[in-house]
Each structure stands twice: as structure tokens, then as C-alpha cells.
Write a protein that binds this ligand. Structure first.
Ligand SMILES: [Zn+2]
Length: 478
């Protein structure tokens, strides 16, 4: 590609910045759950403008395949390198070649979604290759390469490792700059909070950390894998949502996992033609499949109290039933709903939380149930999920895929609970959900995957060094 004389003059002998920019309305697709398409496009354009400002005073080129982006870049005084659509790697590679062919002494390739980028020129002048990873050390937000260097770009998830290997192969000196400003790119909803905090542009939603995400305190992490654990949920799917990653991890570590589901789930539908009895039986099958996927647990480890969905009462009869189950299973750890979570509406979740706690007290003390056929039992720990005030985090980075697969087994809930059209999902007998894959690429599941990832990242943020977590309130003095 031949540039005009002005561009050639500014490039000759100078470091240059190259910014690949996608069509604005195609950018930031992972934010569709929280932003309208107009807001996404606006955000993408404003972040790109910010990166062009950070390039100043160096000459800056925008590589794109879209006429609107090209017009926008021209209006911002950037050199426009129009490349036919052929993917990011190829676009960057061609852009870099063009800038070197016109005399640039080095090229600084910066992503267009770096809202805290400033003064990119500070990265220039190094005699070798500079890599700036994103804050997860997964992506590569900025790469600087000197003239004459042949560098094979390989963007996409995990690119930092590949780029580092490529840089080391080049034989040039390599430096990695870990920079909190340049390391922040905006991919996921929680990145918006990090990027803009409360000073957010008016077109973004009100960005507020959930109450569970109040400033990090000293959280404990990762209990030792117990020999056995009992998870108690109000409905089929509550357990997977609340603590699925933790259960998958423990099951993988050899723990025996028991499920106690307190209601029959017979009200979980929008379909007025479905009978409560049919739905209750369907949900048992789904729960069996979900447990198989998550913890390799069979139906024999799933106990049903079978209260009517929506009518779970925190009464003595239920407390006694649950305490007998605790005494007979004798789990080391119990997991359940946090009944003290503020402003929760669903009575079953609240009552399930209180029943769990009350039953633990009844199970440990023989005078609560003198005719019980089993001995008292005192678990070592109680983990309350959906915690109002988390004080403990389990690292679930390797178990998001299992959690997703287990939730997708609750097919009757896909539409009403997760907003997924069941038609887009694989059938119940196919095993298309690969639990080794952290994110399923199935169209219908990707929004659920994004939600799980978002929530696990928000929880992970509570403890430095943990990317994906499940937060709990841990009680050990039972
Ligand atoms: Zn529920």
C-alpha cells in the first residue's frame, strides 16, 4: 500500500503506533448482556479515540476494513490503512509491513479498547520486542517491534503466551511490561466497572458492584477437599448455581457429594399447559443428569424432600426431616442458601437457608430429636452460598465448564431462568456439552456462559490471584 507524502514524511525514522479497529457496531459483543447495540458502538468508538490520543505525538495509523471506521480515523488525523477483512492477525501484519516500508523505526501495536491508555510513546526506544499483557496475562494489549523484525501475530485468547514464545524465537531482546493502565482492556461487564467506576459515561448502565462485592477483606480460600459434602437447595438448579464449581472440584478430588433438594420444582415453568406433576418428574430426571455431569453422582445420592415448589415452610417437621438426613449421611461440610442475604424475595430460598441452619443445630444435639434412630452429627463447616457478606472463596477456575454443563442439563429451566431458547440447545440424549471446555460455543449457551464467567470473575476479584471463584460465608463453629 502506498501512502501520501505527508504520511511518508511523518513516518520516516519515527516510531509509529498502529491501532486495529473493527466496525464499531461489531465490537464488544460480550457486552451485549449489559449494553444496547448503540451504547456498545459508542463505547467502542470513544475507547478507540482515547487510544489515538494516547498515541500522540507519534504518528498513528488505523488498520480497518470498514468505510465508516476509515472516515472516522481520517477525521481524527490518523493514517488509514484499509485492509480487506481477513482477520486481526493478517490485518496487523499488513499494517506493520506498510509502516516499516514507509520508514517507521518501530511499530507499537495497541488494541483499541484500552480506556486507561496514556502516553504510548514511553514504550518506544527499546532495543528489542516489548509485550504488554492484559491483566489476566492472557491477551496482549500492546506489542512493540523494531524495524526489520519479522513477527508472526497470533491474537485471540491466550495470545500473550504465544507472542512471548514468538518474541523469544526472534533472537531479539524481549521485555514484558506489566502495566495496570495498559493491562486493562474492556471485554466483559465487570471490566466496565474497573474502567469507569462511578464516573461512567451516561450511556452506560449504572455500574455498581453487587453488595456481595463490597471492598475485599481478608477472605479465607480453598478448604481442604472433604470426604463428603451435602449441598442443600430449595429447587433443582439452585445448588449448581450457588456452588457447582466447588462441588465439581471436590468431586474431582475424591469427595462424595450428596444433594438434598427441598421442593419438587413443580412451579418452574411459563408453560401453562404443563402439569405440575409432569414438571416435577421431568425436573428429577434433569437433576440426575446435572449431578452426573457435575460430580459423577448418581440418583442414589440425590434426596428429595418434595415440598411443593413455592410453599416450602420453615417448620419443625421439615427441620426434623432434614436433621435426620444430616445424621444419616454424616457430611463433613454442608452447603446451603444464605438466609440472611438482604432483600431476597423468594420465600423458598429464604426458608431453605433457615431450615439448613436449624437442621444443623437439631442434628448435632440429641435432645432436639430424642427418638431419632441415628446418632447426632456435627459437620466441620457450613458454606452459605449467595452470601450477603462473603468471607471465603473457592477457586473454580478449572470448573466453569462443568458448572455450565450441569446447568444446561436443567433444560426445562433454560427459558424461564436463563433466558435461553431450548430449540438452540443440543438434545437431552446427545452429549454435546464438553465439560473440559471452559466455554461452550453452542449459540444458546453462550449467554449463560458469559453470565457464569462474569459472576465467577466478580467473586474472583475478592482475592488477588484468583480469576474465577465462588464466594461463601463460611461458618466453622457449629
Ligand atoms: Zn431456586
Amino acid at each position: 500500500m502506498n501512502l501520501n507524502k505527508t504520511s511518508r514524511d511523518t513516518l520516516a525514522g519515527s516510531p509509529a503506533v498502529l491501532v486495529p479497529v473493527k466496525r464499531f457496531d461489531q465490537a464488544k459483543l460480550r457486552l451485549t448482556t449489559v449494553l444496547t447495540s448503540e451504547a456498545r458502538a459508542k463505547l467502542a468508538r470513544e475507547m478507540a479515540e482515547h487510544v489515538l490520543e494516547a498515541a500522540s505525538p507519534l504518528p498513528c495509523a488505523v488498520v480497518c476494513d470498514d468505510s465508516q471506521v476509515s472516515q472516522w480515523a481520517t477525521s481524527k488525523g490518523a493514517i488509514v490503512l484499509q485492509e480487506p477483512a481477513q482477520g486481526l492477525d493478517q490485518a496487523v501484519s499488513s499494517g506493520v509491513d506498510t509502516l516499516f516500508a514507509h520508514g517507521a523505526s518501530e511499530v507499537i501495536i495497541a488494541h483499541s479498547d484500552l480506556p486507561h491508555a496514556t502516553n504510548l510513546m514511553r514504550l518506544s526506544g527499546y532495543n528489542g520486542i516489548t509485550l504488554v499483557p492484559d491483566r489476566y496475562e492472557s491477551g496482549t494489549n500492546v506489542i512493540c517491534i523494531p524495524a526489520g523484525c519479522k513477527f508472526k501475530f497470533s491474537y485471540g485468547q491466550g495470545s500473550f503466551r504465544r507472542h512471548l514464545d514468538e518474541a523469544l524465537r526472534s533472537g531479539l531482546q524481549v521485555r514484558v511490561v506489566r502495566d495496570s493502565d495498559l493491562g486493562l482492556d474492556v471485554d466483559m461487564p465487570d471490566d466496565l466497572y474497573r474502567a469507569f467506576g462511578t464516573a461512567h459515561p451516561s450511556y452506560l448502565p449504572v455500574l455498581k458492584l453487587p453488595s456481595a462485592m463490597s471492598p475485599p477483606g481478608n477472605l479465607s480460600t480453598d478448604l481442604p477437599v472433604p470426604a463428603s459434602a451435602l449441598a442443600i437447595g430449595a429447587h433443582p438448579d439452585d445448588i449448581e448455581l450457588g456452588c457447582g464449581g466447588t462441588l465439581a472440584k471436590w468431586a474431582g478430588g475424591g469427595a462424595t457429594i450428596y444433594y438434598l433438594i427441598l421442593t419438587d420444582g413443580s412451579k418452574g415453568t411459563w408453560d401453562r399447559s404443563s402439569s405440575p406433576a409432569m414438571l416435577a418428574s421431568l425436573r428429577k430426571e434433569e437433576q440426575n443428569e446435572s449431578a452426573r455431569r457435575l460430580t459423577s453422582t448418581g440418583a442414589e445420592n440425590i434426596i428429595w424432600l418434595d415440598a411443593v415448589d413455592g410453599e416450602l415452610e420453615c417448620n419443625l417437621a421439615n427441620r426434623y426431616e432434614i436433621s435426620k438426613i444430616i445424621q444419616s449421611l454424616r457430611p463433613q461440610i454442608i452447603l446451603g442458601h444464605d438466609p440472611w442475604r438482604r432483600y431476597r424475595l423468594h420465600p423458598d430460598h429464604r426458608n431453605a437457608g433457615f431450615l439448613t441452619i436449624d437442621a444443623i443445630v437439631a442434628a448435632r444435639d440429641h435432645s432436639f430429636s430424642p427418638d431419632s434412630p441415628t446418632d447426632p452429627h456435627r459437620p466441620k463447616a457450613l458454606l452459605l452460598f449467595e452470601a450477603d457478606q462473603p468471607n471465603h472463596l473457592e477457586n473454580i477456575s478449572n470448573y466453569l465448564g462443568a458448572k455450565l454443563a450441569s446447568l444446561l442439563a436443567h433444560r426445562s429451566q433454560l427459558q424461564s431462568t436463563f433466558g435461553i431458547d431450548p430449540q438452540t440447545m443440543p438434545g437431552p440424549d446427545t452429549d454435546n456439552v464438553d465439560t473440559d471446555e471452559p466455554m461452550s460455543s453452542t449459540a444458546g449457551s453462550s449467554s449463560l456462559a458469559a453470565r457464569l464467567e462474569y459472576s465467577a470473575r466478580m467473586h474472583g476479584n475478592l482475592v488477588t490471584g484468583i480469576t474465577h471463584g465462588e464466594a461463601f460465608h463460611l461458618l466453622t463453629d457449629l
